[in-house]
Ligand binder design. Structure first.
Ligand SMILES: [Zn+2]
Length: 256
């Protein structure tokens, strides 16, 4: 919101970002997206404009509650899934529980995530192509987020994205040949850190409707970013309702 205000005040003045949440540090503050929600739609009014500087320090996170912390951590897992298996293993081995957060190590992980994001944004600041890789997990994730907020039962953005990644990993296996063993491995590692959300078959239609209304999708078609292997994103994949159902069914049967 600050970035948007600065970008429009007197036709634009410089601004710096000093994010104090993990989600802000690894995601929102980097990449130049600014804006506000309007008429019930997310980021409906805004501009793309880069901050002059972004100042990040994991020490700012010492007073952040754990739920907010693991919400931001999901975006870091996403960075790893679209770019680097070794980084994914480092993250999944990192203890995110309240008592054990190691801020020294965290600083280096945050740096890695920011570098991954900047490398992608630099190639495609206006999201015509490769920047869409950063939407991995978000087609399902946004739908889960809206689904629970409509019930007054808020799910943090990153928590929703983590669950969305599981569904999109399933579709990656089904449509892009992402190996099944890795699907099971990554599902297990993500679910070690995130609580399973409470949905059932009766909710599927509602969730699919929310996906078709997402502004990233057009003409009733639902788009996903998938991967063919860890580090190899495939953008603009159209998914059928039947496939979404299968992905949600896969999600339901985890650990049952
Ligand atoms: Zn996100």
């Amino acid at each position: 919101m600050g970035g948007f205000a600065a970008s429009t005040f007197k036709r634009g003045i410089d601004f710096i970002n000093i994010p104090t949440t993990l989600l802000g540090q690894v995601d929102a503050s980097a990449g130049g997206k600014t804006g506000i929600n309007f008429n019930g739609l997310k980021n409906e009014i805004g501009v793309i404009n880069q901050a002059k500087h972004v100042i990040v320090d994991a020490n700012f996170l010492k007073t952040l509650d754990n739920k907010e912390f693991i919400s931001g951590f999901a975006e870091m897992l996403k960075h790893a899934v679209i770019s680097d298996k070794k980084y994914f293993n480092r993250l999944s081995g990192y203890d995110t529980s309240e008592i054990n957060v190691d801020y020294e190590v965290l600083n280096s992980l945050i740096e890695k995530s920011i570098i991954i994001k900047y490398n992608i944004v630099e190639q495609d600041p206006y999201e015509k192509g490769i920047r869409k890789a950063l939407n991995f997990g978000h087609t399902f994730g946004h739908a889960f987020e809206s689904f629970f907020s409509e019930q007054g039962n808020y799910l943090k953005h990153g928590e929703a994205v983590a669950q969305g990644m599981i569904c999109e990993l399933f579709l990656s296996n089904k449509k892009q040949g992402f190996p099944v063993m890795e699907l099971l491995e990554l599902t297990g590692k993500i679910m070690e850190k995130y609580e399973k959300i409470n949905i059932n078959h009766d909710d599927f239609e509602n969730i699919i409707n929310l996906m078709s209304h997402d502004k990233k999708n057009s003409a009733g078609q639902i788009n996903c970013t998938l991967i063919s292997e860890v580090g190899k994103p495939v953008i603009d994949r159209i998914v059928e309702k039947k496939e979404i159902n299968e992905a949600l069914n896969y999600y339901l049967q985890i650990f049952m």
